[in-house]
Design a protein around this ligand. Sequence first.
Ligand SMILES: *Cc1c(COP(=O)(O)O)cnc(C)c1O
Length: 457
Amino acid sequence: MKSIIEPFKIKSVEPIYFTSKEERIAILKEAFYNPFLIHSNKVLIDLLTDSGTSAMSSNQWAGIMLGDESYAGSPSFFRFEATVQKLTGMPLVIPTHQGRASEKILFSIVGGKGKYFLSNTLFDTTRANIEFTGAEGIDLLCEEGKHTGIPAPFKGNVDIALLQETIREKGAENIPLCIITVTNNSGGGQPVSMANIKAVKKICTENNIPLFIDACRFAENCYFIKLREEGYASKSIPDIAAELFSYADGCTMSAKKDAFANIGGFIALHDKSLALQCRNLLVITEGFPTYGGLAGRDLEAIAIGLVEVMDEHYLHYRIRSIEYLANKLIAAGVPVMQPAGGHAVYLDAKAFLNHIPVDQYPGQALVSELYLHGGIRSVEIGSLMFGKYDEDGKLVPAHMELVRLAIPRRVYTQSHIDYVAEVIIEVFNKRSEIKGMQIIEEAQVLRHFTAKLHPVE
Ligand SMILES: *Cc1c(COP(=O)(O)O)cnc(C)c1O
């Protein structure tokens, strides 16, 4: 078999920034061992997130020049609206400045005290916007999704039996929506099967509960369905996407993911009365309904990106390049979540640094070492992000101690990824020298963004 190549050539390049190990020692210390506090021009390979970091195509840049910045009725909006309508089959399209703005508007209307939102796994901003209204979010992920070492094709699926039980227990009248996140970002970028979405829809219909899709990575999910689910191998991605969205009553999306845009988002739906309420809120928070929180040029870039992302040459390269990194690491014995997700590789830091106890944050220790050793920026998804304290001030750790290497779309080439694998394997081979971390300062909420740490002596 021939090499799978990057399905693009490069017209414009950006420098990446080299630093010496001595410089990185000082930079990391100054940033209090927190990757969010490192300036990005001191990072060589930036795998902090795949959000808003995609490379736009020449067509998208051309679209930027075509953007019409009229306050009302811009042709850029109508191109954007038609694209989203065609993709989702949903007639009512509301632009927002990013995913969480869509969530804020939607849940302000349907949320509130005593209500429950059921999901495979709610993303952090989704959960935060639900809880901000006084409602409760409940994750009903299938069992195989909770174990890093067990390979299964659709580890993002909803546990159907648990869904039925939870609806019975909480009462359908108290559940304004069910939400399926595709792919499951907080659960390793794992996909949801079409059969599972269909089964959830059937239960929702029986209970008169609308189903929404958190569609940030719909194209990556559709490609996994094509590869792994019986009956989809010869279907096109737009056809698979059309079927996926056909089971939903609405969706929210961050265009910073699978639309290759640097900013943007939307709500799409069928329900006219709900759309009217959303637009009323939109006008006071985001902007007029034909631009939301966006410039006309952003609407153009998103409309073009939403079509480009469904190209199978791109998706083949995308999914394969994540798997390529994971396989290199697995071959060297590095503990990695399996199978690889759609947008990131997750290192199992608890197994990687099994000499560091969880209250010394092995994930954060590994994040620091990857930066020191190779200038790579990653993020801890473990007890620094999700840990809580009990009444005695003792850490209640997260389920897993992971380090996420999120791969920006169309940004890095194979040699960059080879370099990343080499750095991780070198760090793995000297893992016994790595020390744990202690927190010296932290915020009450979302502490991982601003926490200050220090290596344990
Ligand atoms: C990124 C993301 C969001 C929020 O989108 P923003 O554009 O960052 O506000 C919501 N859900 C999922 C699954 C995401 O990955």
